[in-house]
Design a binder for this molecule. Structure first.
Ligand SMILES: [Zn+2]
Length: 462
């Protein structure tokens, strides 16, 4: 049996032209399941032929249309014929790009261009926007090599090289970043209305920030570098993610500002920033908003440090014989979490001071197990106290905020770190990155996860 696929083209004036694309043949009676239906290779060949046929027809029509002088309506004289290659999702197509002489109706200026090539003017890039978008999307989802393999397996897309996927991903990232900078520059100031300002304070945008470490390529100054990831949440808006590598981002604050603007934030609106105690993170939010920021220390990070104290205390209490001198400290340790949760960090610091001095007094050099544990308790308490003191301005009544249904932790931002960084570039994948490369892939991934990606208009059917 034989199947022939023909393409029937109907022009705008009703002319019909038929082109034969491909012919498939099979035994009249199949003997195995594998012989039934279309094969991938056949489909790829069919798509490539269809694409070439359609695209060349469109380009030829375009060239013919633009051969007519717009000023006088006469046909320009033909000069010569050149070819241009265009990469598409369905193969690289060589198109004819005729050049025409400038129309006689124009006064020849000494430096004027004497030839015109409408097709060259149309093909502003070497690939179609659709191919670029698909390459960037796959490149942001998986390794550049895998992305190239997937494309090569399923489509006649060319070139299916990983360098091409990488370059296109980078190109798309640069445009996303440029759009963000543009959006950040267009932020308008909010007009202050007292009653509205109070309502805005109630529902201010929340920025949750967290850092992630990425392995650097050999030869880079450091083994790991940090990427800042986060989320902006604002009631009534879909969550927006952002990620950046500060050392290479062109205006890092502009990226965050664009994310805020996308969430309905206006200049002058207050913003809440939840982070892990790294002072650089709220500072980034401050430079993005240029206005008031309410910093909150992430409850999860604080709670983890309390947990460390509790654990050491539990270890001490489990020792035989039971230690009476630490009775007071034990009560203090049990109260720590409650004090911090309810915003009594002064009292928590006092309690930590008491625990430390009691543990120091109780150190018995003749009992090495006890001594080691007591010293660890002192160290953990000192650490926690320093952490509380250095983040004093960011400590709040967590209980009250939690009961009001507001976020108190960056745990959701950590989910973003996993989605943005770990799933694509973490250490287990043995990937090493240049800060610039990582930063760009992160731009595309954040846009993809938000559903912001791929809404740019496609200029030429591909
Ligand atoms: Zn003319």
């Amino acid at each position: 049996m034989q199947w022939t696929v023909r393409l029937e083209t109907t022009t705008s004036v009703g002319e019909v032209k038929t082109t034969e694309l491909v012919t498939f043949s099979r035994p009249a009676v199949v003997s195995t399941l594998a012989e039934i239906g279309l094969m991938l290779d056949e489909t790829k060949a069919l798509l490539a032929r269809l694409q070439a046929s359609m695209l060349c027809g469109q380009v030829a029509k375009y060239a013919a249309h633009h051969r007519v002088c717009a000023a006088c309506g006469m046909m320009r004289r033909f000069k010569d014929r050149r070819t241009r290659r265009l990469q598409t999702l369905f193969g690289t197509v060589e198109v004819e790009a005729p050049r025409f002489k400038a129309c006689r109706c124009r006064q020849p200026a000494p430096m004027a261009e004497v030839t015109v090539s409408p097709v060259c003017a149309l093909l502003t890039a070497r690939c179609t926007p659709e191919l670029e978008r698909v390459q960037a999307e796959l490149g942001a989802r998986t390794s550049f090599r895998d992305a190239a393999r997937i494309l090569d397996t399923l489509l006649p897309a060319s070139p299916a090289r990983h360098e091409s996927v990488r370059n296109r991903t980078h190109a798309v990232a640069l445009r996303i970043e440029a759009d963000d900078r543009q959006a950040a520059a267009e932020v308008v100031a909010v007009r202050k209305e007292p009653n509205k300002a109070a309502a805005a304070a109630e529902h201010r945008p929340v920025v949750m920030l967290d850092g992630a470490y990425i392995r650097a390529v050999p030869g880079h100054q450091v083994r790991n570098f940090e990427a800042v990831c986060g989320k902006v949440e604002h009631e009534g808006h879909p969550t927006r993610r952002f990620a950046l590598v500060r050392s290479v981002a062109d205006q890092p604050h502009a990226l965050l500002r664009a994310a805020l603007q996308g969430q309905g934030w206006r200049k002058g609106d207050a913003v809440t920033a939840i982070s892990d105690g790294d002072p650089a993170l709220p500072a980034l939010v401050r430079s993005a908003t240029g206005g008031p920021v309410e910093p909150i220390l992430d409850w999860f990070h604080l709670s983890m440090r309390v947990h460390h104290v509790e654990q050491v205390m539990r270890g001490l209490c489990a020792l035989e014989p039971p230690l009476a001198p630490l009775g007071r400290a034990r009560v203090d340790v049990e109260r720590l979490r409650h004090l911090l949760w309810n915003g009594h960090h002064d009292k928590a610091c006092e309690a930590l001071g008491r625990i430390t001095s009691e543990a120091k007094d109780a150190i018995m050099p003749n009992n090495p197990t006890f001594e080691a544990k007591a010293r660890r308790l002192v160290a953990r308490c000192t650490e926690l106290r320093a952490y509380i003191e250095s983040n004093e301005g960011a400590l709040i009544d967590y209980g009250q905020r939690y009961r009001a249904g507001k976020p108190i932790s960056t745990s959701r931002a950590e989910g973003t770190v996993n989605q943005l960084v770990n799933a694509r570039m973490n250490k287990r994948r043995q990937m090493r990155w240049s800060p610039r490369g990582a930063h760009r892939v992160l731009q595309v991934r954040a846009a993809l996860l938000d559903g912001r990606f791929g809404h740019q208009p496609i200029q030429l059917a591909a």
